[in-house]
Design a protein around this ligand. Structure first.
Ligand code: MN
Ligand code: MN
Length: 463
């Protein structure tokens, strides 16, 4: 008869810190991989910037722009940009597309502060922008910290002007002010969700008036004059702009051991980057493989650049037609890893997690069978069969992975693009990186977990 130790080892799950069990050489590979990611994270703070980056990587790796009138052969690499905010990369497989495609889907939008359509105003000699936050944020976290401004302005007549200001060290930055504690007696009585209200997220953009003997709103005029000289815009052009305020500044290693990375927008660029690197490392796959980097996940995936729209299905329909197949012939046989983050267990706030089913930093990529809230509302729940297939695949490819649920039952909840993909009759499960301080202006992830995401997606594409 086995002794207790042997039997326990044989029968119990025994999750470990990946850094404790990996070879030093693989830890070095993970650390090196993180350097490329840090560069991406710093340079790509919006969906549009992420698309430009992914398109450049695609071109450098031999991908050509998709032309639905052409016929493609096994090994051909194509990409499709949807309105500058989503991108699909695809490598045609050796097998018929009727055997299904393998999709890794991540999102490249992150919580942020959008400018309102008519943002600029002056009050008490300060020029400010009115804003409307995007995605689920704790509003108080966005005050009193340096912000940069990214996006586009479509000028009258249709010329597009790109804006990216506040990242270079010589750039000015922007800020949402907060009340000093000395005068915050009433504010401190507000609940945390109301500590800073949506209409209080006003961004300071200037304070010097246009020099004139008469006239009103001269600080606003001075700012508008600067914007006109720099971008050629008038106030009316804000109406056709998409300007996004995001945390300005660097991506950094965190900790004396440099095991973690801190930065803005890990959710979900920490999955988008490995989804991108995995596909560019997979030439001549068996099945056709697809990486989709999508927009609008943080607001529920609605809109024509989000995965609740038909753009990915239409792309697959175009591929299907080349083999005289129907779209559903392909979709029903397809598989997808919905590459999205989960909440890493935070020892400072243990009460919201259930330790046996939480994901932990450094325990590898996390497979999340279902998300949603309440009684599994609003989620796809991956089948036991598909989870089995993926866990076998990961184990065979030495992918360190863990299972995780998003917090305790009835503690809150969330969702990913998985349900929209499942609704296309595709087998899908969420696989991504655990994140600390998710949706904060500065989030934290583990380098090893990031690298395991790359390994997981690559193993999936190669299977
Ligand atoms: Mn996400
Ligand atoms: Mn999110």
């Amino acid at each position: 008869m086995d002794d207790v130790k042997t039997l326990s080892e044989k029968l119990f799950m025994n999750p470990k810190n990946a850094a404790a069990i990996l070879d030093e050489s693989e830890i070095k590979v993970a650390d090196d991989y993180a350097e490329g990611y840090k560069d991406f994270l710093y340079k790509c703070k919006t969906e549009r910037e992420s698309v430009v980056f992914a398109e450049r990587i695609a071109k450098e790796n031999g991908y050509v722009e998709f032309d639905k009138t052409k016929k493609y052969n096994p090994g051909d690499k194509i990409y499709f940009v949807n309105r500058g905010k989503s991108i699909i990369l695809c490598v045609i497989g050796k097998k018929s597309i009727g055997e299904g495609v393998k999709i890794v889907a991540a999102h490249i939008d992150s919580p942020r502060i959008d400018l309102k359509q008519n943002p600029l105003y002056e009050d008490s000699d300060i020029a400010l922008f009115k804003t409307h936050y995007y995605g689920g944020i704790k509003k108080y976290q966005w005050t009193a910290r340096p912000l940069s401004l990214h996006g586009v302005v479509m000028l009258k007549g249709g010329k597009k002007v790109e804006v990216n200001i506040g990242e270079d060290k010589d750039d000015p930055r922007f800020v949402i002010t907060d009340l000093l504690p000395h005068l915050a007696k009433q504010q401190m009585k507000r609940t945390l969700s109301e500590a800073v209200l949506g209409e209080e997220l006003n961004i300071v953009v200037g304070s010097r008036p246009f020099k004139a003997d008469e006239g009103s709103e001269l600080v606003k005029l001075n700012i508008m004059n600067i914007l006109n000289q720099k971008y050629g815009m008038t106030q009316e052009d804000f109406l056709s702009a998409e300007l996004e305020a995001v945390p300005a500044g660097e991506v950094s290693d965190i900790g004396f051991d440099r095991s973690l990375v801190g930065g803005y927008g890990h959710d979900d660029r920490v999955c988008a980057y490995p989804a991108l690197t995995a596909i560019v490392e997979c030439d001549n796959p068996e099945n056709t493989i697809i990486t989709v980097l999508t927009d609008k996940e943080e607001t529920g995936s609605d809109g024509n650049t989000g995965l609740n729209s038909s753009y990915m299905a239409y792309f697959i329909a175009d591929l299907a037609r080349m083999e005289n197949l129907q779209m559903h012939d392909v979709l029903s046989k397809s598989e997808c890893l919905s590459a999205d983050v989960n909440a890493a267990f935070d020892p400072t706030f243990p009460s919201v997690y259930e330790k046996n089913n939480a994901s932990f930093v450094n325990r590898g990529v996390v497979m999340t069978k279902y998300t949603g809230s309440g009684g599994k509302g609003g989620t796809s729940d991956a089948s036991a069969e598909f989870v089995s297939k993926m866990r076998t695949l990961f184990d065979e490819n030495n992918v360190i992975w863990q299972a995780g649920e998003l917090g305790r039952v009835d503690e809150g909840g969330g969702g990913t693009v998985a349900k929209y993909i499942a609704n296309l009759d595709i087998d899908v499960v969420d696989v991504g990186v655990p994140v600390l301080s998710m949706h904060a202006p500065y989030e934290v992830i583990s380098k090893i977990d990031l690298y395991m995401a790359h390994k997981a997606f690559k193993a999936f594409f190669k299977s």
